[in-house]
Structure formats: C-alpha cells, structure tokens
Design a protein around this ligand. Structure first.
Ligand SMILES: Nc1ncnc2c1ncn2[C@@H]1O[C@H](COP(=O)(O)OP(=O)(O)OP(=O)(O)O)[C@@H](O)[C@H]1O
Ligand SMILES: [Mg+2]
Length: 494
C-alpha cells in the first residue's frame, strides 16, 4: 500500500492512498482506543526498544527513553553515525528510527509491500534527509520520495480549497504550530510541484509551551493544594485538547479536584505565545496586505492550531484569509499521501529533477551531497559526467537520488526521490571474493593507500541514468542502470 508518513517531533501520522482518497490510518493505544496519531516516543524495556503508546506508558512508569529523535537528528552534524543513548545502550540514530518505523507499519496493519512519501522539515540538512531515507528503507519501506512538510500541507490545502488557488493567487502561507516548534512557510503552488519559497520559524515554541503556561495559571488556582508539576502539565494538556470554540471554562482534571478556569484567563495567558508566532510570521504575512496580493491565504496546520484561541487571534488580524485544516494534526500526512498518489496529481512525474549522490565527508563523520547534474542541464540531451579520486574506505556506499532543488552550496533542499543504492568494494580482498554487500550491514572503515576510483555517469534525456564505478588499479567494475520509479513506468509515462 502507498502511504504518506509524517514523522513529527511529538506525533507521527500516516495517511494511505486509497482509490483517490487519502484516509488517515488509526493507531490503537494501550487501552485499545483509536487515535489518528502515534506518539513519537521510544523507550527501553528489559533491554529492548518499545515505541509509541507503549513507550509513553513505559516512560510514565519510569523507564528510560527518548522523546525527540527528530530533534537529535536536526542538530548540525547529525548523520547516520550519530548515536542515541537510551538506558545503557548506544544505538545509531538511524536504527532507532528504523525500529520506530517498523512499529508504525506493524500498527497500521495494511497489506504490503509498503511504499511511502516521507516528510522532512524545510531546513533539514543533508544528513537529516539521508537518515530519514535510510531508516525507512531499513524498515522495509520503499521510499517514493522525501517532501518538505509545508509543501505537503500545501497539497492538502490545494485539495480542499481548489477555488482559492487560481492563476492570480498562486501562493499560500502554511502556518504550522506543532508540539515543539512553529514554522511559517510561503509555498508556491503554481509550478510543477509545490515549492517552499521562504520559511521562518521558532524552534522553541509549540503546543508544549501552552501546557506550561496553563500549568502556571492552574497553579495560581490551586490555593493550598500541591500537585506535582508533571501531573499538572499533563492535566493541562488534556484540558487544552478538550477546549472547544464554545467552551467557557478550561476544566483541569486533577486527582482530588477539577479546576474551572475561565477561558478569558486562558486567552490572556496564551496570547503572548500566539503573538510571538504572528511576529515571527510578519515577513510572510506582510505579503497579504496589498489588494492584488498573489497569496491565497494562511493555512493552519499542526495540532496546536486546534486550540480555538489560535484561529481566533489570527482571524482578528487577517480575517477570512485564514483557513484552518479540518485535520490540523494530520494535514501534513494527508498531503504526503497526495504526493504519493500518482493518480491524483502526478507530482512524482512532474518534478523536473537533478541527479546527485550522497557522499561521506571528513573520513565518514559528515555527509555531503554531490550534484552530478542539475535539472536545467539535464533537459538538453545525453550527458556524460566523470569523477576520479583516491578512495579512503574499504567500501563505497553510493545513494543516488533525484532532487528538485539545491541551495547555493549544493545541499539538497527540495524534494528527493531515491534512485538506487550501489555498494562497491574498494578493498581488493572483497573484490576477489565477489562478496555480496548489503548497504545496511557493511563494516565501513578507513584504509591507507586506497585505489584510484573512476565514476562515469551517462544521463539520458528519458531520465535513465547509467552509472559505472571502476577501480582503476584492479579493473573491478560495477554498472547500474537506474530509471524512474516503477509506478510511473508502469503507467507508461517514463
Ligand atoms: N484538540 C487539540 N487542541 C489543542 N491542542 C492540541 C489538540 N490536539 C493536539 N494538540 C496539541 O498539538 C501538539 C502536537 O502537534 P503536532 O501533532 O502537529 O506536532 P508534531 O508535528 O509532532 O510536532 P512538531 O511540528 O513540533 O514537529 C501538542 O502540543 C498537542 O497538545
Ligand atoms: Mg509537524
């Protein structure tokens, strides 16, 4: 089944491609209740990893765990070899995520093979994109592509508000207030596929901060009573999530009592947080002010925009151009499923793409991206490119991808579509043994006096690429022919 997978910092959501529809897939909690999202949490129980609701329960009971693998991955320099510490275990981040994704697939319980488009934050660095791709592959998921989260939300907006987008109104602002972060992005919907033009954000503001502010407010209503801070914050989160537009009070359910806090007090406490997002978004929202603005509106996504105060405050300032997704927690996952759905929009076929390869840098400590050909050069007939260097490792792992866009330094910033992974033995002994090498299970280490390696790429107008990697010293050589994703071939568009 084809899927859109949104790996959020706090929650993970999955939507499926089902005959032109993009339904959310449910997750059952430890009580057997159904939810649209799975907590993005991993814990260690008796020396093995558990995930999601089970992990959240285990951590509440005192088990060690990690809440924000995605945040660890966002650190500059994080990559495939970054280690996560859980209890006394040290596990490569990519393996933790692969295990988490295996759990996601188990939970959704839909027939395989599983293929997916995954979301990545707009500002993801090269290593972050590679780890996301590798983790999914390790989990047995065929990666159809990586799409920037706001682009996916833009697709969801386009599906619901087709009337708001037209030849004059081609751009939309995605306001994404999640659990731990806020992002506002200007997305161009006019091109072949949605593209993030500009993006601003606050890495330290999300729904969790509302819980803290509400806990402070609740504490001032407690009088003589004392309640553990963590319990108060959790009670406030639940209370916040049950607020409805017509609610008059926030009902904070504690063991011994229920606090009733008037919504007007809640609004006063929360407004500074909302105003920080509005201030951060100003460079983008200023585009709305001219009468002939080409911005169709502000689309609200992310769980924290379910808080009625958020759309209310934004509408005070921007009126009817504020559109809230009916599924704020899952809009990104739905948009990713739309991107995975070649039948709906043909996004995958319409990307005009460049071709590149991820390479290890700094002796394997970093990850770089080598643009073999960019999208403009690619259109002009058959092209041949070569690379020649002395290898520094026993094995070379080449992950080839198509990309929609790179930044001025050549780092991939747009959508990514994996083409192929080629594992090449630089070590003569491995070559002699004709060893079968699997990208996920090879021991890569540095060597002295590596051989001279030559890579030759022939890129055809049709989108086919032939890669030949040769060890010039021994003559050992591998040739891979890579094509467009099989689905589009089957559909006769290749
Ligand atoms: N009905 C609701 N009312 C208010 N807040 C809600 C509601 N449902 C979820 N939230 C809040 O939304 C936040 C989680 O949002 P979301 O699922 O979009 O986060 P995420 O994508 O995992 O995180 P991030 O975007 O920071 O990576 C939490 O703070 C949660 O309390
Ligand atoms: Mg999110």
């Amino acid at each position: 089944m084809d899927l859109g997978i949104d790996l959020g910092t706090t929650y993970t959501a999955v939507a499926a491609v089902d005959d032109g529809n993009h339904p959310l897939l449910p997750f059952l909690d430890t009580e057997g209740d159904s939810h649209d999202q799975l907590p993005s949490v991993t814990a260690a129980v008796d020396g093995s990893l558990v995930h999601g609701f089970e992990a959240r329960q285990a951590m509440a009971d005192g088990a060690p765990g990690v809440r924000s693998v995605k945040r660890l991955l966002a650190e500059p320099g994080a990559g495939p070899s970054t280690l996560v510490h859980i209890a006394d275990m040290e596990i490569p981040l990519v393996d933790v995520w692969a295990d988490f994704l295996r759990h996601v697939i188990d939970c959704i319980d839909v027939p395989g093979p599983h293929r997916a488009v995954l979301g990545v934050p707009t500002h993801s660095h090269t290593g972050q994109r590679l780890v996301t791709m590798d983790a999914a592959r390790q989990a047995g998921i065929e990666v159809l592509g990586l799409v920037n989260e706001p682009s996916a939300a833009g697709l969801e907006f386009a599906l619901r508000h087709a009337r708001n987008l037209n030849s004059k109104r081609t751009r939309v602002i995605i306001y994404d207030l999640g659990g731990g972060t806020f992002d506002a992005s200007l997305v161009n919907m006019a091109g072949q596929s949605p593209e993030v033009l500009d993006s601003v954000g606050l890495n330290d503001l999300g729904g969790d901060d509302f819980d803290e502010v509400l806990a402070d407010l609740a504490a001032s209503h407690l009088g003589q009573m004392t309640v553990a801070r963590a319990d108060l914050v959790e009670a406030c989160r639940l209370a916040k999530e049950s607020l409805r537009p017509q609610s008059r009070n926030l009902l904070v359910d504690l063991d011994t009592t229920t606090l009733r806090i008037p919504v007007s007090e809640v609004a006063t406490a929360c407004q500074p947080l909302i105003d920080r997002t509005i201030e951060a978004m100003a460079p983008l929202s200023s585009l709305l002010s001219s009468t002939d603005s080409d911005v169709a509106g502000i689309h609200l996504v992310g769980g924290a925009t379910s808080l009625p105060l958020v759309p209310r405050r934004l509408r005070e300032l921007f009126g009817r151009r504020v559109h809230r997704s009916p599924n704020p927690t899952s809009a990104t996952a739905i948009g990713l499923a739309i991107a995975a759905d070649a039948d709906t929009l043909g996004i995958r076929d319409r990307l005009s793409r460049g071709f590149g390869v991820f390479r290890e840098t700094e002796s394997g400590r970093g990850i770089g991206f080598d643009v073999l050909i960019d999208q403009s050069t690619r259109l002009s007939g058959t092209t041949t490119i070569t690379r020649k260097y002395r290898c520094r490792h026993n094995i070379g792992v080449f992950r080839f991808v198509e990309f929609s866009r790179t930044d001025p330094n050549g780092a991939p910033v747009g959508d990514l579509i994996p083409f192929a992974t080629v594992v090449f033995p630089f070590d003569e002994v491995l070559q002699d043994h004709n060893a079968e090498l699997d990208a996920d299970h090879v021991e890569v280490h540095e060597i002295d006096n590596g051989h001279i390696i030559e890579e030759t790429y022939t890129i055809f107008e049709t989108g086919m690429v032939t890669a030949t990697i040769t060890d010039v010293d021994t003559g050992w050589s591998t040739t891979a022919t890579m094509g467009r994703p099989t689905t589009s071939t089957a559909m006769g568009r290749a």
